[in-house]
Design a protein around this ligand. Sequence first.
Ligand code: ZN
Length: 482
Amino acid sequence: MQNAPIRAKNADVSSRVVVAFRATTSNVMKSANVNPITYTSRGDLKRLEAFCDYPLDSSKAHTVRSLNCRACGCNNTQPVLLLGDMPLANAFAKTAKQARMLERYPLELVFCEQCCLLQITKTIDPTALFKDYMYFSSYSDTMLSHARDLVQRLVVERYLNSDSLVIEIASNDGYLLKNYVELSVPVLGVEPAKNIARVAEEGGVPTLVEFFDASLGSRLASEGRRANIVHAHNVLAHVPKTNEFVQGIRHILDPKGVAVVEVPYAIDLLRGRAFDTIYHEHLFYYSLASLDHLFGRNGLTIRDVEHVDIHGGSLRLMVDTRQSDVRSQAFYALQNEEIRWGVSSYQAYENFAKHVEKLRDNLKNMLGCLKGRGKSIAAYGAAAKGSVLLNYLELGPDTIDFVVDRNPHKQGKFMPGVGIPIRETSYLAEAQPDYCLLLPWNFAEEIVAQEDTYRRGGGRFIVPVPYPRVIAHDAMDVFVSN
Ligand SMILES: [Zn+2]
């Protein structure tokens, strides 16, 4: 019944709009827990509006206009995956009740047919997202060695010296720039989080505490601060005004300089069915095709691209302001690979959504069967992706007894939305539940090895992505086929 076609009263309604409406309606009904009905009255429209971030056309009460693309401005965005309305993925609460009462926002992925960009429909106020922002890059060994290798390479390749300037946007605690400082190359960081910028300053990295945009870029340029290298790592996906941000990069880039831009790679996400990396902090999910549109639109050219193995697969772009149309071999190779994958066709994205929905149903069935057989289930890893998965599948304490996590700041708190308590990791072997759902599935091997006591005691891990499977204590057996 939920998938029943929506009656269209106006003959001029395009099929695309009806599809968008059908998908959204189904989602609204699920999230609002209301009976499936045809939304034709103004009251219904108002209720629907509460779950949508885009304007609804009151003259055609049965239609929903999709979001205008934030990058190219066109209105050809198509719904891809609707994950439901959920709280912010990192909003860990003090009590189960607070966790369940948290404000919820729709989490919907749409695809722009014009510029190939994937984006979510809802923009959350950055102050709500980052008020408790406690991510210090220096805490990750991988990030540190990644930064050091890159800097050493660039200093040699670009002949940098004490007359050069390197600017990093979203410079965090200075983990990257301090490598330049050690090599006597002048730097400037731009970081909006005061507490994090202070750490950078204390470490010898001069840092401006500001949000970066076109006007800041223009101001720096007018002060003569144009950079030989501009770094922007893992920031492009978070900034709503993406064109202004890229224009800012153009302003501060020396005519002979290069911008090094790193973004998580959308095609890796889609191929790996990593739907749980879609959450409100990440507005955009970039392919090379969409990045090429974005930079080209703002007077910059992607000269070279590398596919790097960080954050589940990222692209590292070399971007400059030169007029030449020559690109690297690697650029053309990846461009062709994306064309073969179907980067500009809605169908490729639709296939991803179908796989995710199948994964959701299979995992829900698996957990339901286990509970039906009287088995106890816990989960490992209280991180953002875990929040997304638990909320998407609507798994609460009636299915998952507790979540364990190594971070002492999260222990004693409750998972956003679903209100499952978070315990220390030693509790897993202590309570010895029959099954443990491994939420950070990308670290499955490492975690399974760490939790040897639990496995030896007969505990079994369930790895949910890319398809649900159980790891027994002595072998891996596929529980649900792909
Ligand atoms: Zn677009």
